[in-house]
Design a protein around this ligand. Structure first.
Ligand SMILES: NC(=O)c1ccc[n+]([C@@H]2O[C@H](COP(=O)([O-])OP(=O)(O)OC[C@H]3O[C@@H](n4cnc5c(N)ncnc54)[C@H](O)[C@@H]3O)[C@@H](O)[C@H]2O)c1
Length: 400
């Protein structure tokens, strides 16, 4: 493969702008953030100095239209994604946009149409579908290691976000659900299969603790066409750090992944050194859970490798604006359900999956005449096989 060198415009100098720049500068050693935009010229210059970036500006238009750059990476608050995407598409640049793609499903669909009409490369920066553990698990699921997926659970919980705008739904589009549910939804969708249509949603969302006009906790169940359920759990009031975990149940197996908080790295420190431990860690004293390499563990490295390699090879990345649009549409249904307290349909005016090939989850055949219900080895070493007779629907057991 021909690895090209890219010069990048980075929009945003906050937490994600920093993670993205760090990752891009590590990546392949080839690509560089060349121009950085921040609201404040001072902050832009500071950031440029810190990361060795050639140009800094407080003009979004100037940053996007820099003739030296061919990619625009969007790492600014949610309500500004639209403006940035419109400008970058008009400039004919490749666009990598952070999550959530848009404030809602309608806006997300419009953004997809804009980039497709402009014919520019579009990548949805959903890092939590790219951690090495997740990529390995997704491959195992694809190979059939756990049979057909029946249920997924993705949980993201921490004590709340780090900047004012997240807490204002006019700038963020919602609360914990739009902020973190977007990750959990797309994780579940990857395991269940992107060709499987998400049908309807049941969601509880409430504002339990924080004095805000959005939900600080939510749980959603998303039902897919195969019958599979994807469970999404988010909290902005969880104490003890950041918890990121995924579980997948299949007809032939199970996967459990801890990404954050419990990572297999536990340290006790009596003194407290005021050192940074990990994103959203609440303490540097007592038992702490550090992370070896955050950008690797959170998927940023594999995500940008996919984005840049796909751009170079002229193909679509694993996560595109189409995926961002589906996620936004699912979140719209979550909000509708939280309001109505009923199952709400997912409105997808554009659907590119393959409905006709979808295989519904169902029983396993034991032989021509029986369905298998259960096999279990008993303490006496014998095997019990519980079966359903196809013709009579009688449930029987055999001991072998
Ligand atoms: N894992 C992830 O994928 C992940 C993690 C965190 C944030 N994000 C996303 O990245 C984006 C930015 O989040 P963040 O955590 O970096 O936020 P942040 O508050 O740390 O940084 C936001 C950046 O945007 C700028 N900004 C804020 N308000 C602005 C305004 N009104 N006009 C112009 N610029 C403004 C800030 O100056 C800063 O440079 C959001 O869309 C967020 O959802 C993604």
């Amino acid at each position: 493969m021909n690895v090209k060198q890219h010069k990048i415009t980075m929009l945003g100098t906050g937490l994600i702008g920093m993670f993205y720049t760090k990752t891009l500068h590590d990546h392949r050693g080839a690509d560089r953030v060349h121009t950085v935009y921040s609201r404040s010229a001072e902050r832009a210059s500071e950031f440029a100095k810190e990361w060795g970036i050639a140009k800094a500006t407080d003009s979004m238009v100037e940053a996007i239209n820099d003739p030296d750059t061919d990619i625009v990476v969007i790492g600014i608050p949610n309500h500004l994604h639209r403006q940035a995407i419109e400008l970058a598409a008009a400039a004919g640049k490749a666009i990598f946009c952070t999550k959530p793609l848009a404030m809602n499903g309608i806006e997300a669909l419009e953004l997809l149409e804009i980039v497709e009409k402009a014919g520019v490369f579009h990548g949805y920066l959903e890092d939590l579908c790219y951690p090495p553990k997740t990529l390995k698990a997704l491959e195992s699921v694809k190979q059939g290691a756990i049979g057909q997926v029946t249920w997924t659970r993705a949980r993201e919980a921490h004590p709340g976000p780090h900047s004012d705008w997240f807490w204002n739904p006019e700038q963020s589009g919602g609360g914990a659900l739009i902020d973190m549910g977007c990750h959990c939804i797309e994780i579940g969708r990857n395991y269940i299969g992107k060709e499987v249509r998400p049908l309807e949603v049941m969601c509880w969302a409430d504002t339990l603790v924080k004095p805000i006009k959005a939900e600080d906790n939510a749980i959603a169940l998303i039902k897919y066409e195969t019958g599979a359920i994807s469970q999404v759990e988010v909290s902005w009031t969880f104490r003890g750090g950041m918890e990121l975990k995924d579980e997948v149940a299949g007809t032939e197996g199970t996967i459990r992944i801890d990404h954050w908080l419990k990572t297999g790295f536990e340290m006790f420190s009596a003194g407290g050194t005021d050192e940074y431990v990990a994103e959203k860690a609440e303490s540097d004293t007592g038992w702490v859970f550090p992370v070896g390499d955050e950008v690797h563990a959170l998927g940023y490295q594999h995500m940008f490798t996919d984005m840049l390699d796909s751009l170079d090879e002229g193909k679509a990345p694993m996560e595109s604006f189409y995926d961002g649009y589906i996620v936004n549409a699912i979140m719209d249904a979550c909000y509708a359900s939280a309001e109505s307290k009923k199952w709400e349909p997912i409105n997808l005016p554009l659907w590119r999956g393959g409905d006709s090939q979808v295989k519904k989850i169902g029983p396993k055949e034991y032989d021509q005449d029986h369905w298998l219900i259960k096999e279990e080895k008993m303490p006496d070493g014998k095997m019990k096989i519980i079966l359903k007779v196809k013709a009579t629907e009688e449930i029987i057991q055999k001991i072998t």
